[in-house]
Design a protein. Structure first.
Length: 301
C-alpha cells in the first residue's frame, strides 16, 4: 500500500488498535510506519471493541506518491473465522486433487513384457511433486519402474546411453502422470517419432524426441526442443490437448485417439479440412504405426 498511486480495492490483513468515531485504526507492523486509518460509515459493532486481528476489504486512494492514503471500508471479517473458512476450502481443493490423481492413476498403464518391460504397472496414486529445489519426484512405486522403462528404451535404440535412457524414462513417467496420459501411449508415439533419439531432426525440421516443429514448440512454451525435459513436456501437453479435443467431439475413446494422432502428425487444421484422418500416406502410416506400438505395449496383441 506504500507504493501505489490511484484507486484500488484490496484486502488488508492486520490488527486493530481501536476506533475513533467511524474510523478504524490499524497498526503498522513497521515501527517507523504510519498507522492506517480506514473510514467506516457503517462500522460493525464487533470492530469497535478492543484490539483484534482482522481482514478488511478497503477502497484505497492515493492521489500522488507524496499524498497520504485514504481508505474506506467495504467489508470486514475477523481473522479466526476467515482462517477457518480457508482451511475448509483448502480441504475441498485437496479432495478434488486426490480424485484427479486417482483418475490419472487408473489411466496409468503398463508396458508389455514383450518389449522387455514389466507386464504390469501397479495401480498407484502417484503424482508429479514440485520440490523446493524446483525438481520433480515420483511416488516410490512409480519411481521403481524407471529402470524397466529405461531398459526398454535401450533395447529399442542401442545408441542411447544408459544415462539418457534413464532420463527419458523418468521424464516420460513424470509427464504421463502430470498430464494424465498413458505412459505406454507416450512411449509408442516416441518410438514412431524419433525412436527415442533426443537429437533427431526430420527433413521438415521437426526436432527432438517428440519431433516438435519450431512453431508448435514455441506455442507450447518449449524453448529448446533438443532438451529432453522440455521436449517431453511439449509432447505430452500437445498429445493431451488433442486427446481431450477429439475424444470430446467424437464421444469415442478409440476414434478420439486416432484423430489425436492424426492431428499430432499433420495438424488439427488438416484433420478439420478432411473431416478425419487426412489422406496423406505419411499420416495414415504414422497413425497405424503408433496404434500398433500402443497395442503391443499394452499386451493387446
Amino acid at each position: 500500500m506504500e507504493s501505489f498511486v490511484g484507486s484500488r480495492d484490496m484486502e488488508v490483513r492486520g490488527r486493530t488498535t481501536g476506533s475513533i468515531g467511524n474510523v478504524i485504526i490499524l497498526e503498522n507492523p513497521d515501527p517507523a510506519g504510519r498507522e492506517l486509518y480506514v473510514k467506516a460509515p457503517l462500522m460493525p459493532d464487533w470492530l469497535r471493541t478492543g484490539s483484534q486481528n482482522v481482514r478488511l476489504i478497503v477502497r484505497a486512494i492515493r492521489e500522488s506518491e507524496t499524498s497520504l492514503i485514504t481508505a474506506e471500508l467495504l467489508g470486514a471479517v475477523a481473522e479466526p473465522s476467515i482462517a477457518s473458512w480457508e482451511a475448509k476450502q483448502a480441504e475441498e481443493v485437496r479432495k478434488v486433487e486426490e480424485k484427479k490423481k486417482a483418475e490419472a492413476a487408473k489411466r496409468q498403464g503398463s508396458i508389455s513384457s514383450r518389449g522387455g518391460v514389466s507386464p504390469r504397472v501397479p495401480n498407484v496414486t502417484s503424482q508429479v511433486l514440485a520440490s523446493r529445489a524446483g525438481s520433480r519426484a515420483l511416488a516410490p512405486e512409480v519411481q521403481a519402474l524407471v529402470p524397466t522403462y529405461a531398459g526398454f528404451i535401450q533395447k529399442q535404440n542401442k545408441r542411447i546411453s544408459e544415462a539418457k535412457s534413464y532420463q527419458i524414462a523418468q521424464t516420460v513417467l513424470e509427464f504421463s502422470v502430470y498430464f494424465g496420459v498413458d505412459a505406454r501411449l507416450i512411449m509408442a508415439l516416441l518410438m514412431a517419432e524419433s525412436n527415442f533419439n533426443p537429437n533427431a531432426v526430420s527433413r521438415a525440421g521437426a526436432r527432438g524426441l517428440g519431433q516438435l516443429m519450431p512453431g508448435t514448440a514455441a506455442g507450447l512454451g518449449v524453448g529448446n526442443s533438443f532438451n529432453i525435459e522440455q521436449n517431453l513436456y511439449g509432447t505430452a501437453k500437445l498429445l493431451r490437448g488433442h486427446l481431450e479435443n477429439y475424444t470430446s467431439k467424437t464421444g469415442d475413446s478409440f476414434r478420439g485417439l486416432v484423430l489425436a494422432l492424426a492431428a499430432y502428425n499433420a495438424g488439427s487444421g488438416a484433420v478439420r479440412r478432411h473431416g478425419g484422418v487426412p489422406p496423406y500416406r505419411e499420416t495414415q502410416n504414422y497413425v497405424r504405426k503408433v496404434v500398433e506400438n500402443y497395442r503391443r505395449l499394452t499386451g493387446a496383441d
